[in-house]
Design a protein around this ligand. Structure first.
Ligand SMILES: *Cc1c(COP(=O)(O)O)cnc(C)c1O
Length: 406
C-alpha cells in the first residue's frame, strides 16, 4: 500500500460525491414506476421531473421537457447519429460534418454512416486542437444534414467555439449537435446561447452515478428512438425509468451548477500550479491543448523519450492515477487520435500523459505528483535510445494534418 493516493483521472470518471450518494441512498426505496398513475408512481414522477429541471438548468435549456434521459453519453450520441441515418438515407441532404478529435462513440457512429454511403467529413484541427475554420467553411453547403462538434475535448481539454460553428451551420439549414460531456460542470454550457439542436451529457463525469446521461433536443429538431418500446420520454427512449440514476443525476447537476464558479477557480489554480512545477522540474516537455481556451482541470503533457504507458505504470506504483490519452483508447497500441490530429508525431504522442484534476484535488496532491514525476521521467529517458531534444524537434516541422478518424 502506498502512503498517498492521488486520483488525477477525473476526465475518465469521477467519484460519487457524498451529497449525491446520500440522496441516492434516501431514494433507493422510491420504487414506484413513474409511468403508473397511482400514488407511488406519482411520487417517482415528481422526483424525476425535478431532476430533469436541474439537468435543464445546468445546460441553460428553457424547456426541461426537451431533456431526455438515456444510459449515458454514448447512448445520447448514438441516438443522434441513428436519427441522421433514418432521415438522411432518403434525401439529398445527408452530408455529415464532424471532427477528427471526437470521442470514439461519435467517431465510430460517423464512420458507420460513412460505411452506409453517407458523405462524412472529419474536420482537421489546428495545433491547439481547435477546429480548422477554413476547412469547415469549405465543407459547408446546403447538402449538410448534421454538424457534430464536441464542446470540449476529453484528452487535451481544448474548448471549441460552438456558438460560431452553430451559427455557420444554421446559415446552411443544417442541424447542430455538440457532445458536452466534458464541458458540463466545468465551464458554462448554454444550449440557447450556443444555438445547438442536440446536446449530449453524461452523469458520471460530474460526480454522479454511471449508466445515466441525457440528450437535449430542440423543439422541432427530428429525433428517433434508438430503443423502442413503451412511451417513456415521449417515445424518444423506451424502458422503465431509472429512478435512482435520474435522481442522482438531478442532484449532481444541481450542485455542479451551484458550484461552477468556485470549481473553476480552485481547479484552474491547481492546474496552473502543476503545469508550473512540471515545466520547472522536467526539461523538454510539451503542453498540449489550447493555451487559454482549455478546460480548467485538464493538463496534457508530452514527455518525449519516455513512454506514456511506462510513465503511467510508474506513477501508479506511487499511488498516482493518470491516463495516457483517453480511457476508451487505452488497451489499443495506436497513439491517441487526438494527439496525432494536433500534429504530434507517434514518438511524441506515445509519450503523453493526461492529468485531469477535480473537485477533490488538493495542493498536497499536486506537490506529491510534482515530486514523484521528475525522477520517473529521468529514469525512463535514460533507457530511451532517442534523445528527448531530438523528438521534441519533430513538433516544429510543419506537416499536413492527419486525415479522418481511421
Ligand atoms: C465519457 C465521454 C463520453 C461517454 O459517456 P458515457 O456516459 O461513458 O457513455 C462521451 N463523450 C465524451 C467527450 C466523454 O468524455
Amino acid at each position: 500500500m502506498n502512503a498517498r493516493y492521488v486520483y488525477m483521472d477525473y476526465n475518465a470518471t469521477t467519484p460519487l460525491r457524498p451529497e449525491v450518494r446520500d440522496l441516492m441512498v434516501r431514494t433507493l426505496d422510491v420504487y414506484g414506476n413513474a409511468s403508473s398513475m397511482h400514488e407511488l408512481g406519482r411520487v417517482a414522477r415528481a422526483e424525476i421531473e425535478e431532476a430533469r429541471a436541474h439537468v435543464a438548468a445546468l445546460i441553460g435549456a428553457q424547456n426541461p421537457s426537451r431533456v431526455y434521459f438515456t444510459s449515458g453519453g454514448s447512448e445520447s450520441n448514438n441516438t443522434v447519429f441513428n436519427t441522421m441515418f433514418l432521415i438522411g438515407r432518403n434525401q439529398k441532404r445527408r452530408k455529415i460534418i464532424t471532427t477528427s478529435i471526437e470521442h470514439p462513440c461519435v467517431l465510430n457512429s460517423a464512420a458507420h454512416l460513412r460505411d452506409e454511403g453517407f458523405p462524412v467529413v472529419f474536420l482537421p484541427v489546428d495545433r491547439d486542437g481547435r477546429v480548422d475554420m477554413d476547412a469547415y467553411c469549405a465543407e459547408l453547403s446546403p447538402d449538410v444534414l448534421l454538424v457534430s462538434v464536441m464542446a470540449a475535448n476529453n484528452e487535451i481539454g481544448t474548448i471549441e467555439d460552438i456558438k460560431t460553428i452553430a451559427k455557420l451551420a444554421k446559415e446552411q439549414g443544417a442541424l447542430v449537435h455538440t457532445d458536452a460531456t466534458q464541458a458540463a460542470g466545468k465551464i458554462p454550457v448554454s444550449v440557447e446561447d450556443w444555438g445547438v439542436d442536440y446536446l449530449t451529457l453524461s452523469c458520471h463525469k460530474i460526480y454522479g452515478p454511471k449508466g445515466i446521461g441525457a440528450l437535449y433536443v430542440r423543439e422541432r429538431a427530428p429525433i428517433e428512438p434508438l430503443i423502442r418500446g413503451g412511451h417513456q420520454e415521449d417515445g424518444v427512449r423506451a424502458g422503465t425509468y431509472n429512478n435512482l440514476g435520474i435522481m442522482g443525476f438531478g442532484e449532481a447537476a444541481r450542485l455542479a451548477r451551484a458550484e461552477l464558479a468556485e470549481y473553476g477557480q480552485n481547479v484552474s489554480r491547481l492546474r496552473a500550479m502543476l503545469r508550473g512545477l512540471i515545466l520547472e522540474r522536467v526539461p523538454n516537455v510539451r503542453i498540449n491543448g489550447h493555451p487559454t481556451e482549455v478546460l480548467p482541470n485538464t493538463l496534457n503533457v508530452s514527455f518525449p523519450g519516455a513512454e506514456g504507458e511506462s510513465i503511467l505504470l510508474s506513477l501508479d506504483l506511487e499511488g498516482i492515477e493518470v491516463s495516457t490519452g483517453s480511457a476508451c483508447a487505452s488497451g489499443s497500441l495506436d497513439p491517441s487520435h487526438v494527439l496525432m490530429a494536433i500534429g504530434l508525431g507517434p514518438e511524441l504522442a506515445h509519450g503523453s500523459i493526461r492529468f485531469s484534476l477535480g473537485k477533490y484535488t488538493t495542493e498536497d496532491d499536486v506537490r506529491y505528483v510534482a515530486d514523484k514525476l521528475p525522477p520517473i521521467i529521468a529514469r525512463l529517458r535514460r533507457m530511451s535510445t532517442v534523445p528527448a531534444e531530438e523528438i521534441i524537434g519533430e513538433i516544429r516541422t510543419e506537416g499536413a494534418h492527419p486525415e479522418g478518424a481511421k
